[in-house]
Design a protein around this ligand. Structure first.
Ligand SMILES: [Zn+2]
Length: 397
């Protein structure tokens, strides 16, 4: 008989630690297999049989980052719609695996995929599950639900009218999606679609949310125009994506809707994060952007929870490792550096339904860690200076 193997213990030490909520001093994270079993800040010696990795005094350990809105199926090219339409499922899956790995290497250990084709994010999740360090944890919605010819119809999630909508929600539950994503407003990305207008009636939206919640799934609403935002809040969507209040004449954030968001249980997923120097902004977009940032800043000041959801993959300035730029951008909404880190870790974990497993360095949580040089709590830009990444207890960088 083989002797019973003692579980490998790994003790990762650094001069500073952010546990998802608070900043702590010199710390040791004790990892057994794929889980954290202890976080020690007393300076106690790790168990004698533990393998010790001391990252040094100048390093800070934070929970692996969570991007609350990505599209692994989009390749961050200048024409993502043509690219996705030209790829067959096998090619698309291979590209999604590369996108996932790119995210992981930047310390993004969890992504919420809010729009794939053929439920390929679930296929990728199953494959990665057999070799966890190959990518981040994936929470997925499958193809976004949209109307005929509506925004992202080419991803295959078309459903119109109560019967089709109910069937679409049930299919997502059966396949193992954690979220149902609905394109409530349109978007410029899709030819013939407009972000200013709503695609669904209030009764449709009510049906989707009720059916999803009944089946144990959460709901994410793609909302640009003011009516789409107001409708999503009133029927109880769990996360609100973009929330730009875009109209044909500019931006019209209505104070009543802003107050309704603050009073609701909804989490705002702010589309932050661009690689600098890759995007020439027209003066009209720049002025719209200022107003959009102002309404997000007002939501933050009023206490609405905001998480970063980059929309990674949709454009060349949004590659799959863009999230660290999004954290820097969150300080532009009035967040402190600590609040920005909390938004991308503990808050995002709660919004994605992963409380207890992700976003906090606590006993029992998955051993997903990011270590950076410097102190991101004093200057969030330190988040770019990656020293090490752990995913499910494996060092992947
Ligand atoms: Zn998106």
């Amino acid at each position: 008989m083989r002797p019973v193997e003692t579980q490998t213990l790994l003790a990762v030490q650094a001069g500073r630690l952010f546990d998802g909520e608070r900043s702590l001093g010199p710390s040791t994270v004790l990892i057994a297999g794929d889980r954290i079993i202890d976080v020690d800040t007393t300076g106690a010696l790790p168990p004698a049989h533990a393998q010790v990795l001391d990252l040094g005094h100048d390093v800070c350990i934070v929970p692996g980052l969570i991007d609350a809105h990505v599209h692994l199926a989009f390749d961050a090219s200048s024409d993502v719609v043509s690219a996705v339409n030209a790829a067959d499922d096998g090619q698309l899956l291979a590209q999604m695996a590369r996108s996932a790995l790119r995210a992981l290497r930047a310390g993004i250990t969890t992504v919420r995929d809010l729009g794939d084709r053929s439920f390929l994010a679930l296929t990728l999740r199953d494959r990665l599950g057999q070799w966890a360090p190959g990518g981040p944890e994936i929470v997925a919605s499958g193809p976004p639900i949209t109307v005929r010819g509506g925004h992202c119809h080419f991803l295959g999630g078309v459903a119109d009218g109560p019967q089709e909508l109910r069937a679409a929600v049930r299919e997502r539950a059966q396949r193992g999606c954690e979220f149902v994503k609905v394109m409530i407003s349109g978007d410029h990305l899709t030819a013939g679609s407009s972000p200013y207008h709503s695609q669904y009636e209030l009764a449709d939206l009510r049906l989707i949310v009720a059916e999803a919640h009944r089946l144990g799934m959460r709901t994410a609403a793609h909302v640009h125009g003011p009516r789409a935002v107001a409708d999503a809040v009133s029927v109880g969507f769990d996360t609100l994506e973009h929330v730009t209040f875009l109209t044909a004449d500019g931006v019209a954030a209505d104070p009543t809707t802003l107050a309704a968001i603050v009073d609701s249980a909804a989490v705002v997923s702010a589309t932050v994060g661009d690689v600098p120097g890759q995007w020439e902004m027209s003066p009209s977009i720049a002025s719209h952007l200022e107003v959009m940032i102002e309404s997000l800043a007002r939501l933050h000041a009023a206490g609405a929870p905001i998480v970063p959801g980059t929309d990674a993959g949709v454009a060349p300035y949004k590659p799959h490792d863009v999230l660290p730029y999004g954290l820097v951008a969150l300080t532009g909404l009035g967040m402190t550096h600590l609040e920005a880190l909390r938004a991308a870790t503990s808050l995002a974990a709660d919004a994605c339904g992963l409380t207890g497993r992700k976003g906090r360095l606590v006993p029992g949580a998955d051993a997903d860690l990011l270590a950076v040089n410097g102190n991101p709590l004093a200057d969030i830009r330190a988040i770019h200076d990656v020293v090490a990444v752990f995913r499910a207890g494996h060092r992947v960088r």
